[in-house]
Design a protein around this ligand. Structure first.
Ligand code: IVH
Length: 666
């Protein structure tokens, strides 16, 4: 290629790569696939290798730099970085708003901006002529450490600002953090190498930012949210809200949950809302930052000992905590899967007392090297079920690695672990747990009868089968704590009503037929139309229904040949449950009409059946097998072979977050 054209191509590639980094990491809205990005990147890298004279410091290839020797240099911030005074109650928040008004000495309106308080590390980026010249930690507020080489590796930090009218010098401030999903993956990698875990995403981010070798920082999933300006002369901005807009326009990643308010009541509402809503985020926030919007008012309010009077941090209790792992118990699910869970010394995490947490499976426990007696890190994040992140080393004295029991804790049957599966199973179809878990699963959309009630009714021997549930009386329920005349009456009529509202396929899915969840049950109901036809069908005939292979068909045929199961079906039918298909299988018209999805792996906030129902309610079809026509494969943890099949067929892969966005219609 002629030098002139090489020049042009290099320039073009840089612009494209910059644009795509921005789309992906700042706007969270990529236009091209990772593979396409890599192709452009590799092309640029090859041209630069051939023509080193063309390498520029702001080239996307120049994010990783030479290792730092010795300590990081100290740098002076152009304007000091303050810190925030905290409040923890609505009263303190309102008192502050009152003080603000008093100090302003007039009854002019005061507007506020709220922002999530990111639990990461404050950084200060200095741009000269729009180019990133320096990046530093907060340090003591006046002087921080120069970690430019490491900050340059974070793809959401622009090496040059976008847009026009770039100031000669500007300090841009924000927070570096590690997403929770990235933190979990990192900890898994670290645990496999037998290295020490970071107790929380904040420490992991801090450790990553202080690496002497920037290629290590580059391998860590760091991101930033930028929330303010330091020295930035003559930008002509009048409010903080305008500053956030300015940042966004110049290519910085600003948090989408920032809001402007005209009253402190509406600020208080936001503080309350996010205390619980924060678990939906993929990053930790430990409060809400509240800032007086007007720069003029900020100036008049000034600061006290480096803490501005114009801002406060409304802080909540943290989302991670340390506590002792007292015991590992096993719960046997309705399909026979053995689910280990942790019994913990009760501890407050994010305002909720936690005394147990999920532990997934044996491999996961041992990968993280969690042992009974250890002090462990417990986290509530991303979902409502608390997780054990890992042990705080060293291990407790005399602790041993966890082993799954050889026999089912309930029925004593020998435990099996099917090839290729992470879960251990109790193979005994008559195991008592299955009955109990089947009942618990059955009642999840019957109002007024929950898991606790079912457990007690089971223990008392009042309800030990599905037909028992439909024979339950108000008087029997009233003998349980927590039920009075009215609540017991309501529960009994909800059970009665479920005979009408539970469709044939919902009933089928609830019977605990092997490998028969929502999707298979619906396919069976659609194909056979009634239980009589299904009961008479041979394995070959069952296989004719959509999405049902020989293995599944065999299990279903076998289940229907067991006299006890037939008795159960007859009894339920006599009690008035639906065993025929009605109108319910007509596809629903909705935003997802015409699209077919497949679900694999374990989701966190839904069961697979719930996810399938939610998709169908939006008009989508849910199938068991991936084909070229599949609109998307939804993957949870430990996906099976479907993932590879989808990737091979070029089917889009969606994680749980994407599923939630899909259901929310965005
Ligand atoms: S503004 C003078 N906004 O909280 C105000 N800080 O104690 C300076 N932080 O060191 C900070 N999210 O690390 C501000 N949206 C946000 C923030 C935020 C997190 C951190 C920051 C700072 C500390 C204040």
């Amino acid at each position: 290629m002629a030098t002139k054209t090489v020049d042009k191509r290099v320039e073009e590639l840089r612009e494209q790569l910059d644009h795509h980094l921005y789309r992906y990491h700042v706007l969270d809205d990529p236009e091209i696939s990772d593979a396409e990005y890599d192709r452009l990147f590799d092309e640029l890298k090859a041209l630069e290798d051939e023509h080193p004279e063309l390498i520029a410091p702001d080239s996307p290839t120049q994010r990783v730099g030479a290792p730092v020797s010795g300590r990081f240099q100290k740098v002076q911030h152009l304007t000091p970085m303050g810190s925030l005074e905290k409040v923890t109650t609505d009263e303190a928040l309102e008192k502050w708003a009152g003080d603000v008004r008093k100090r302003l000495e007039s009854d002019e309106p005061v507007a506020f901006v709220t922002e999530p308080k990111i639990d990461g590390l404050a950084i200060n980026l200095t741009y000269e002529g729009g180019q990133l010249a320096r990046g530093a930690t907060r340090g003591d507020g006046y002087q921080g450490e120069d970690v430019t080489v490491n900050l340059r590796t974070i793809p959401s930090i622009p090496l040059k600002m976008r847009g026009d009218g770039l100031p000669p010098v500007a300090e841009v401030r924000g927070e570096v953090y590690m997403p929770i999903s990235g933190f979990r993956e990192l900890n898994e990698r670290v645990a496999e190498l037998g290295q020490k875990l970071a107790p929380n995403p904040r420490n992991a981010a801090a450790g990553s930012l202080r690496q002497k070798d920037s290629s290590i920082t580059a391998s860590r999933p760091l991101a930033v949210w930028m929330y303010g300006l330091g020295a930035a002369e003559e930008l002509g901005l009048a409010t903080h809200w305008e500053a956030l807009e300015w940042l966004r326009e110049h290519g910085f990643r600003t948090n989408p949950f920032s809001e402007r308010h005209d009253s402190i009541e509406s600020v208080a509402e936001v503080c309350r809302l996010w205390e619980t809503k924060r678990i939906e985020l993929d990053y930790e926030i430990d409060g809400i930052v509240i800032k007086v919007d007007s720069y003029d008012q900020q100036r008049r309010l000034s600061e006290l000992h480096g803490r501005p009077r114009w801002a406060r941090a409304y802080k909540w209790a943290p989302m991670t905590a340390q506590t002792k792992l007292l015991q590992i118990h096993i719960r046997v699910g309705r399909t026979g899967a053995l689910n280990p869970w942790a019994q913990l010394e009760p501890v407050e995490v994010g305002g909720v007392t936690v005394s147990n947490a999920t532990l997934h499976n044996e491999d996961d426990i041992n990968r993280k090297d969690i042992r009974v007696g250890d002090t462990v890190i417990v986290q509530r994040a991303g979902d409502v079920i608390p997780q054990v992140v890992g042990p705080v080393l060293p291990h407790a004295k005399g602790s041993r690695r966890f082993r799954m029991p050889k026999n089912c804790p309930l029925c004593g049957a020998e435990i099996v672990r099917p090839a290729g599966e992470a879960m251990h199973r109790c193979p005994n179809p008559k195991c008592e747990s299955r009955g109990l878990e089947t009942l618990i699963n059955w009642v999840w959309d019957i109002d007024g009868v929950g898991e606790q009630a079912i457990r007690r009714l089971w223990r008392e021997g009042i309800v030990t089968s599905l037909p028992d549930l439909y024979r339950l009386t108000k008087e029997q329920l009233m003998e349980l704590d927590g039920y009075a005349e009215i609540s017991a009456g309501n529960a009994v009529s909800a059970i009665e009503q479920s005979k009408q509202t539970m469709t044939f396929h919902r009933v089928l899915a609830g019977l605990n037929i092997p490998d028969t969840g929502w999707v298979t049950a619906r396919n069976l109901a659609a194909h056979f139309g009634s239980i009589d036809k299904l009961m008479q069908a041979t394995q070959e005939e069952i296989q004719e229904a959509e999405g049902i292979g020989p293995g599944r068909a065999e299990g279903i045929a076998e289940w229907f040949s067991d006299e006890e199961n037939l008795k159960l079906v007859r009894e339920l039918r006599d009690l008035g449950l639906r065993f025929e298909t009605g109108d319910e299988l007509k596809p629903v018209e909705g935003p997802l009409s015409g699209q077919t999805y497949v679900i694999t792996g374990t989701l966190e906030s839904f069961t697979r059946d719930e996810a399938a129902q939610a998709l169908e309610a939006k008009g989508a079809k849910v199938s068991n097998s991936v084909s070229k026509k599949t609109a998307g494969l939804i993957v949870g943890e430990e996906p099976g072979s479907k993932l590879k099949k989808a990737q091979d067929a070029g089917v889009p892969v969606l994680d749980e977050k994407a599923l939630q966005r899909l259901l929310a219609g965005s």
